[in-house]
Design a protein around this ligand. Sequence first.
Ligand code: NAG
Ligand code: NAG
Length: 247
Amino acid sequence: MMNKILPGLCLIQALVVALWAESCSEPPQVPNSVWNIDTSNGTKVTYRCTKGQLFGEQTLFCNASRQWHASPPVCKEACGKPRPIEHAKLQYPADEISVHAVGAKVHYACSLGYYATSGLTESICRHDFTWSDPALVCAPPSSHCMKPRVENGEITSEGKERYSAEDTVTFQCSAGFQLEGSPYVTCTENGGWKPELPKCMKYTTSNMKEFLYHGKKLEDLKPRLELYKLSLEIQKLELEIKQKQEA
Ligand SMILES: *[C@@H]1O[C@H](CO)[C@@H](O)[C@H](O)[C@H]1NC(C)=O
Ligand SMILES: *[C@@H]1O[C@H](CO)[C@@H](O)[C@H](O)[C@H]1NC(C)=O
């Protein structure tokens, strides 16, 4: 009888020892959490918080020296690190803190050479331990110019929603309107147009003299035109005097 049972008992004992040799101590207790053990490929324990948010390693592996590979995580009613935003950085001291209380605010600033095109620079730790989305967009200043718009005018060059620096746009006014300013504008590095956008003025006989003549107002040219007229009159008189002397 004993001879029959003993080999079986020994086998079970050997199995238990073999299993024990491969495993770590009980998984460490983490307040406000539940854990799950998985022995399909080595032994690993995965924690899930029942209250708050998990900080640290979510899964601990039982390593070759039969120790859990890292310290157990903690469950805290707090937010973790705010999410990174492209071309922006968190401002001190938020950049050095990894656990933030509910209601805490952090501030972002666009990196040097970039500027905020939309969104907020502030984010707040909400009651669900997530950060409000600042939706901040930091763009390099030379990125683009928005499509220029001139009332009663249209673009005669290639029409696009965004233009790159050095792109040139040409305008034409609608029928009955006259262009004032430069018909060509160029997109600059800082996202503006140079020179300033032209205007399309309603064409009437009363405002005719206001229109530009080779980039100058006719009114401003008047003294020069009068001087020219005077010089022509002097020439005419000189000619008449000459003709009389010859006669
Ligand atoms: C078992 O775990 C090791 C280390 O964690 C990993 O490299 C390996 O790919 C895993 N094997 C399978 C079959 O999942
Ligand atoms: C197992 O984990 C412990 C705790 O992190 C560590 O000190 C030890 O060096 C690890 N052993 C191996 C073989 O990686």
